[in-house]
Every structure is written in C-alpha cells, then in structure tokens.
Design a protein around this ligand. Sequence first.
Ligand code: PLP
Length: 362
Amino acid sequence: MISSPVYNFAAGPGIMPREVLQQAREELLDWRQSGMSVMEMPFTGEAFQAIMQQAQRDLRELLGVPAGYRILFLQGGASAQFSLLPMNLLPPGATADYVDTGHWSRKAIAEGSRYARINVAASGATHDYRRIPAQAAWRPNPGAGYCHITSNETADGLAYHWLPDTGRVPLVADMTSDFLSRPIAVERFGVIYAGAQKNIGPAGLTIVIIRDDLIRPARPETPSAFSYRVQAESGGRFNTPLTYAVYIAGLVFRWLKRQGGLGAIAERNRRKSDRLYAAIDGSDLYACHQRAADRSAMNACFHLADASLTTEFLQQARQQGLLNLHGHPAVGGLRASLYNAMPDAGVDALIAFMRAFAARHA
Ligand code: PLP
C-alpha cells in the first residue's frame, strides 16, 4: 500500500506538470470543439499545423532562440541523435571532439565512433566522474567538425554550470536532461538536441535546434526522415510527425511561460536541489561524491554510507509515496530527479523521509 500524495523521482520518463495532464485529459476526445482528438488530426491540416507552429513559437520565445536557428521536432529519441549528428554534420573520415563526463557521453562517443574519428578531448574518468573537466585541461583537435558535450549527466549527477568556448568549432550539446530547466545562450551552440522525456513531454519526441549554416546535405545513406536538411526544408512535413507528443510539448511550453519562464523555473530548481544537497551533506548516513560546483540540479545522485541499507531505504520510501529513487543501473546508489514539475512539497517529503530514516539508523 503506497500512501498518497505520490512523488515520482524517476530520471526518465520523468514527472509531468499535473495541470498539463489535466488539460490533455479534458481535450483528449474533442480538441476545442473540432470534433476530433489531436491524435486523429491530419498532420497537414490547418488545426494541427497551428498547434505545431504555436509550439515552435513558444519554444523559440522561452529559450530565446535567435533568428538563424531552426527548431526541428524529430523522432527516435536522443540516442538516435548520437548517430544522426555525425551523419548530418560530418563527411566520412572527419574528426569530432567529445568530452566524456559520464554514462551518456560515453554512449554518444560509442555511437558516434561508428561514423567519425573521435577525439576524446577530456575525460572525467581521471576523477572517477566526480567533476566536469576544466576547459584548461581539454585537448581539442583544431580540425574537429564539432565539439560534443553532455550538459547534464543524468546517471552521474553532473552538470556544466559554465559554457565551454570552442572558438570556430561548433559546440554541440546533448541537453536531454536539463533542457528547459534553465536559460541557455543558444547563440553559443551549433546544435542542441534533447529527448523529450524529462522536461518536455512524451518519450520519442526529440528536439533539435540547429544553426542554419550547419544544415547541410546528410550523408547519402542517412534515412531522409533523419536528414536535418530534409526535415528543415519540409517544415516538419516530410513524414508524419509525432503529432500528439508535439501537442503535449506545446502545453508544457505554455505551462512554463505561466511559471514565469526559464529564469523563474531555474531559480526554483536551484532552491529545490540546494535543499536536497544540504540535507545529504548534513547527514552522516548520506553522501554525494560529486564536486559541489558541478552537481546537477536535475538529477541528485547520492548513496548511503552503509550500502546494505539501500533496499530498505527504497522500500520504505516507496511505501511513503516517494517513488523511483534508485540510481541508474550502471551507477547504483540513489538518485532523486528534480525536474521542473517536481513541486517543493515533493522535495520537503523526501527530505523529511531521509531525516527520519537516518534517525532510525543512527
Ligand atoms: N542523453 C541523456 C543525457 C539521457 O539522459 C538520455 C536518457 O535518459 C539519453 C541521452 C537517451 O535518450 P533516449 O532514451 O531518448 O534515446
């Protein structure tokens, strides 16, 4: 028996704003007296095109995406982008820089190396993935076609709180787990991509924001549906887009605007994570190894000083309605994901539970 209210700390798919789900439920059968669900609308029709264009405008406004950048709503998740980036951006045999900061950058490197020569410009392995390598220690290749970073390492609990300067080499970021959690200077990037399932909406939808001059003909073997150029030139009509997911993402963008935009949401996110990290650091039972300056505000990774208590911690947390606090299987330990939709009350409940659990095991 799980007590309510329930708070879902899953890393992905993550918690959605309740208001958005409520609105989607109200509109599910008949979208604004159209006689149709959004799921049933022809994607080339006026109604769906209006939904998609509104979502594009709202996202552009929220993030401050400048002119000269395109927003693409694609399918396939962030993992597909690990391959599609080199297929779209690099000729065969070209080199790209990657910075290895943990589980997801290693995945991007492994996939990318099937299509490009990869120079690992820096690796967090030197410090056991407890910090983001300082740029002074990077060894970039001046001829690289792009430099890839993972702005937030979902499994390792690390995030960049600064932006690298890669000069003329386009900076490319996998922002899957911190997209829309804070303002970003889009103009500093060549490409930003993010799977939707943390702060945007249903899994599968993938957002790519790309500077116009990088929209080139993809390698000939690239499926047309995954060519940035084909998708950009067709205005997302090359094939059926993820219509329902785009609609939900649009509701989330609207919700974010009502929250006061990304500055306000970032401030709230920082307060939530500061409180949780303070509770972890203030107890002998919990420990977080990540360097304080590099900790993620989205995914707080920590563990129990006595690891044999982990299962008991997770079981008792679950009974109290605190769900999915286990760490990523590759990393272990505990993880609390504090995406935009996690209310302060969820963080309060988690901290209260952690204190009570620590008191019982003092
Ligand atoms: N990159 C990061 C930072 C992630 O957290 C994830 C998934 O959690 C992925 C990539 C893979 O995303 P997908 O499952 O959409 O392929």
